[in-house]
Design a protein around this ligand. Structure first.
Ligand code: PHE
Length: 336
């Protein structure tokens, strides 16, 4: 029995080490350790072993089983390792991998986010309104009479039902004042549409940012301070401003804001925004809608401003043609 165990052990180990595949290895496991296997057959014969030999033979039997089991496990691990190494053969794992380019926000969106963050620091909330707007919200309530050129069919996109694509984000001033009572302090970035001939400085769809602040005792000084703070955050502390008298139907007085800054690579004054003190006629229009005198021109004053985000982005990055923003040319966009 002892000799049989010894020879089973050396046969099994030799066969296991010689085997070259996992299925062959499994067959060997069954052959030696399986229920009808050779080692099982030998252990069945323990009954025939004399009492004094039993401990020794029993120990040998256990040792043989564990030696065979260990050899099986080790061989299996070795075979798996060889297989895995094979999977990498021909592949140089030290080569750089394939880079998947990560996208980025559009430059106009980036500017919109930056501008929004600056105004939020000054307590402005984000407001919104529909792109397809009623004539009333876009024009009438903004004190823009029926014969104003902005309302001309040649200048504006009208829907068959008389609504239109808003020509400016100022309609959001009205949308906000219809719902909210002073104090009101909002900014509203969004698309605006005009029937412009498309060229290097005009698109039929562009982006604006509107601002409105209505409360008791809001002054022109507040307007000026707010815009100067905002544009200095964008352009740098050295930026100089000029508030040039202008006309908008919905503000009185009205101004255009010009900026001069070394960062802009020119010593020319650049026009960047329209603004003014909210015309009491706007309050009247909203009051009439709301029924009552929520906005009292004797108590409330306000300022409003609006500027083109596309134009601002062009000035800031020295972009010569506004159409680059809508061309989806990666060579242009990936610079931002
Ligand atoms: N809505 C004006 C425009 O599109 C800009 C503006 C906004 C002017 C608010 C004054 C106040 O040109």
């Amino acid at each position: 029995m002892e000799a049989q165990l010894e020879s089973l052990r050396s046969d099994a180990i030799a066969a296991i080490l010689a085997c070259s595949g996992e299925s062959e290895l499994e067959q060997l496991r069954v052959r030696f350790l399986g229920r009808g296997g050779e080692l099982t057959a030998l252990s069945d014969r323990m009954r025939e072993v004399s009492k004094e030999d039993k401990p020794r033979i029993g120990k040998l039997l256990n040792e043989t089983r564990s030696a065979v089991t260990t050899t099986l496990d080790e061989r299996k691990a070795a075979l798996v390792a060889v297989q895995e190494a094979g999977a990498f053969s021909g592949i140089d794992v030290t080569l750089p991998g394939t880079a998947f380019p990560v996208g980025a926000l559009h430059p106009i969106t980036q500017l919109m986010d930056r501008a929004t963050a600056i105004f939020r620091r000054m307590g402005f909330a984000l407001a919104d309104g529909p792109d397809i707007e009623s004539e009333w919200h876009c024009f009438d309530a903004l004190n823009t009479p029926a014969d104003h050129p902005a309302r001309n069919e040649q200048d504006t996109f009208y829907m068959p039902d008389g609504r239109l694509l808003r020509t400016h984000t100022s309609s959001i001033q009205i949308r906000t004042l219809e719902r909210v009572s002073p104090p009101v302090r909002i900014i509203a970035p969004g698309a605006a549409y005009r029937r412009d001939e498309v060229d290097a400085t005009h698109l039929a769809q562009f982006n604006q940012m509107e601002g409105l602040y209505v409360d008791e005792g809001v002054t022109l000084g507040d307007l000026r301070g707010t815009l100067e703070f905002f544009f200095r955050e964008l352009f740098g502390k050295d930026a100089k401003f000029r508030f040039r008298p202008h006309f908008f139907p919905f503000t009185e007085p009205s101004f255009e804001v010009d900026i001069q800054s070394a960062a802009l690579g020119t010593d020319r004054w650049l026009e960047i925004a329209g603004c003014g003190m909210v015309d009491p006629a706007v309050f009247d229009a909203v009051n009439e809608r709301r029924g009552g005198r929520v906005l009292d021109p004797e108590i409330h004053t306000g300022f409003a401003f609006g500027f083109g985000l596309d134009r601002l982005a062009m000035i800031m990055a020295g972009v010569p043609d506004i159409r680059l923003f809508t061309d989806s040319d990666q060579r242009f966009l990936s610079q931002f």
